[in-house]
Design a protein around this ligand. Structure first.
Ligand code: NAD
Ligand code: IPM
Ligand code: MN
Length: 370
């Protein structure tokens, strides 16, 4: 039986509240026997800025590099609106992604049967939905240089961000898209804007090329990203795996979140390349949503995206597929019983707190494995 080392980074806002619910799941797994988890905790985001003057300390970075997986809550909030760009809370998350080389961000959007009426879209459109957005995470406009605001000296300033992609960055994310599609419904939709962007032209060309070199059994379609956003809302079930760049992936996954009923439902896994010797990937697991400052401290946060992100850690970092399935089934069963945090509740539904939802999921883990 193995012991896995986790670094927990709860962060800001609702981050610590939803992390508290993951800790219950970890404690349940540890008590159950089988593989166990050793956890360490550190600060990130605004909490780290308040303590150290930067969004992640060097010590915490070292712990992240040494951990088998990082479990991340959320960062940011109005308290840090005025701090310098380089040390703002979000910079801690970007540094983790970059330094751990987490180039692939898997964002599955699954509509649990019990929530088919919780979305703002019609039941038919989202019932049975199971799609995967694969977002490139270490390139594009998030990291391209120059990235600056310059004073033009004539009373004007100029803000510049640079979208850059090299062939190898597109190749590795495209390969991962095809590999993942083979384990699902065997279809990849690649989204870019080659009608206006040079990176889009290259993206399209490289994805086609990777497809021809060993993945022709997988169906490939290309779609302009703006039209893709529209299609996601019109008929999302046409998709299986969507592969796209860093910025489009950010936006399209928030759109996809609403197909599942709430932004509080979408988990994610950020993965690096397999290590040459051990075959292990560096990994960070986090919900797609942010620190939700508007509801922080009220017990209204939905912990499901966070718990499901830990479920993805079981699946992708620790080969604990049975346990990962169990977590998904426990979430489904809890929703089936009618438990709803405020974001999921319809008119007349009783509302449970973050902790009550976490406790109910742990109780279902126990039920389902009895
Ligand atoms: P947000 O995702 O924090 O919130 C958007 C809306 O969704 C809010 O109304 C919020 O209450 C709701 N929401 C989000 N998660 C929820 C949950 N688990 N349960 C119930 N409701 C939930 O996005 P925002 O308000 O645009 O950003 C707030 C801060 O979070 C910003 O500082 C932003 O940079 C940061 N952010 C961080 C991450 C991250 O850490 N990965 C991701 C996105 C945004
Ligand atoms: C996300 C967030 C982040 C992003 C921010 C907080 C840096 O929106 O993970 O979706 O833009 O990637
Ligand atoms: Mn986002």
């Amino acid at each position: 039986m193995a012991t896995h080392k986790l670094l927990l980074l709860p962060g800001d806002g609702i981050g610590p509240e939803i992390m508290a619910e993951v800790k219950k799941v970890i404690a349940w797994l540890n008590a159950r026997g089988g593989d166990t988890f050793e956890t360490e905790e550190d600060l990130v985001g605004g909490a780290a800025y308040d303590a150290h003057g930067k969004a992640i300390s060097e010590e915490a970075m070292q712990k992240a590099l040494a951990a088998d997986a990082v479990i991340f809550g959320a960062v940011g909030g109005p308290k840090w609106d005025g701090v310098d760009y380089e040390v703002r809370p979000e910079a801690g998350l970007l540094r983790l992604r970059k330094d751990l080389e987490l180039f692939a961000n898997l964002r599955p959007a699954i509509c649990y049967p019990a929530l088919a009426d919780a979305s703002s879209l019609k039941h038919d459109v989202i019932e049975g939905l199971d799609i995967l957005i694969l977002r490139e995470l270490t390139g594009g406009v998030y990291f391209g240089e120059p990235k600056e605001i310059t004073d033009l000296g004539n009373g004007q300033k100029r803000g510049v961000d640079t979208q850059v992609y090299d062939t190898y960055e597109i190749e590795r994310i495209a390969k991962m898209a095809f590999e993942l599609a083979r384990t699902r419904r065997n279809k990849v939709t690649s989204m870019e804007k080659r009608n206006v962007m040079k990176t889009g032209v290259l993206w399209h060309e490289v994805v086609d090329d990777v497809h021809k070199r060993g993945y022709e059994d997988v169906e490939l379609e290309h779609m302009l990203a703006d039209a893709g956003g529209m299609q996601l809302v019109r008929w999302p079930k046409q998709f299986d795996v969507i592969v796209t760049d860093n910025l489009f992936g950010d936006m399209l996954s928030d759109v996809a979140a609403m197909l599942t009923g709430s932004l509080g439902m979408l988990p994610s896994a950020s993965l690096g390349a397999p290590d040459g010797k051990t075959g292990k990937r560096k990994a960070l697991y986090e919900p797609v949503h942010g620190s939700a400052p508007d509801i922080a401290g009220t017990g209204a946060a939905n912990p499901i995206a966070m718990i499901a992100s830990f479920g993805m850690a079981l699946r992708y970092s620790f080969e604990m597929v049975e346990e990962a399935d169990l977590v998904d089934r426990a979430i489904a069963a809890t929703l089936e019983k009618g438990l709803r945090t405020r974001d999921l509740a319809g008119q007349g539904d009783a509302v449970v707190s973050t902790a009550e939802m976490g406790d109910a999921i742990v109780a279902e883990l126990e039920n389902l494995s009895a």
